[in-house]
Design a protein around this ligand. Sequence first.
Ligand code: XMP
Length: 512
Amino acid sequence: MTESVVILDFGSQYTQLIARRVREQKVFSKILPFHASVEEIMSEEPKGIILSGSPANVYDKKAPLPDFRIFDAGVPVLGICYGLQVISHFFKGKVHKSPRREYGAARLHVSKADGLLHKYPKTSTCWMSHGDKLDRLPKGFERLAHTANAPVAVVGDPERRIYGVQFHPEVVHTPDGAKIISNFLFRICRAKSTWTPRSFVEESVETIQEQVGSSKVVLGLSGGVDSSVAAVLIHKAIGKKLTCIFVDNGLLRLEEAGRIKKAFRGHFKMNMKFVDARKEFLTALRRVRSPEKKRKIIGHTFIDVFDRAAKKIGAVKYLAQGTLYPDVIESVSVFGGPTSMIKSHHNVGGLPAKMKLKLLEPLRMLFKDEVRQVGRTLGIPSEFVDRHPFPGPGLAVRILGDITEERLDLLKAADAIVIEEIKKGGFYKDLWQAFGVLLPIKSVGVMGDERTYENALAIRAVTSQDGMTADWAQLPHDFLGHLSNRIINEVRGINRVCLDISSKPPATIEWE
Ligand code: XMP
């Protein structure tokens, strides 16, 4: 069994970051809601437990509190921010309701560079974000560090192996924070650094083989990072028992279908069904202008086409999906009571329900960057592993207004130039997405001696961490000039190129 650390989530915005920081040290981590019972926690056989921060106050009546038996389970505990206050609450320290929040950088002074603070700098910067603070030590604990504002910034009880920090070691603004995480993992929990993309692949292959047995699996391959990595991983485990279905809806980028065929059928030798449904999608989308209607039609048509193709394979038991960890973490609601809800995965809308298949989700414990690492380990070309996100409805939401074959061809040609130049210019890896949007207007131009009346294209290039917020990318003017020239000269039917300089919010990344 993989060694793991359990993180109890008290509703902090940083909980997932803690999980990633642990995994960066090659120790697997799993997030559980704060109210998980000690039995549930111990069934993971954790080497340690980390208590996250929280927007709540520990002395509130409705404060989220853990199953306190965790402190008697013989497993090391690290409390971060609110987590420290939970420890203090249980061990009878004193949490002081501070009239003002402390937010931002503070100087940390270490008084005992031992255990959690082994080889920690004597003074350093740490990142505070809290309202309450500790001003009496919990019973049996010693003070290891303080700041001007927090007399008890780090505490520890080496005998019981319980530690707490007032600041946030998981954020980059605490430059030495990784040392605290690694000290906890390796000096206190005695965990081993063995969780790597390779070990993940080896273990997953075994689990998939056990789970699937002699059954057949079907997977909707889109060519995106998640479905590509899931496909190659499952194929490694069960070979020809996996059939990938690729639906060409005609809304893909230029030559995309060919690229996918070459990589997955040609290189990886997968069982693959290619469904040419271009006509079906285009007919269903005729004269549809509303973005939401476009999405619904594309979603339903996809399910129909996929369902028909899957039925032809016969006796399929599993539907494989590239679901990722952020989609399955049980999100806790701190202010709305102890209720919790599971976020549903929305990528393959409705497929399992309609097809009555069991789900196979081998990436459900991974974050996106981990999926990319696993993809590289599996030998998937960078062209697939490092690619920008591409929306399910494809170019349909990048052609404003009516979708016709002619307009699709225009956008495909222009978009291919955008991507080619962005890659050539060395910008691709730093951008979240870059693409062209075909506008529903024509404008006058002049080419040679001739007056033109043709389409306008908008260039959209953004930087982002997760797609939730985004900034428009400040690409160099000479690069943009060159890009515009190429598009206007090479794509007949476009005579004007504009740049989208809006950020999200208030705009969105896609135009529809
Ligand atoms: P917006 O336009 O909402 O996009 O700022 C945020 C991210 O989501 C992608 N996107 C979609 N992905 N189906 C998808 O699978 C969709 O209907 C869809 N709409 C937007 C978008 O490309 C961006 O990465």
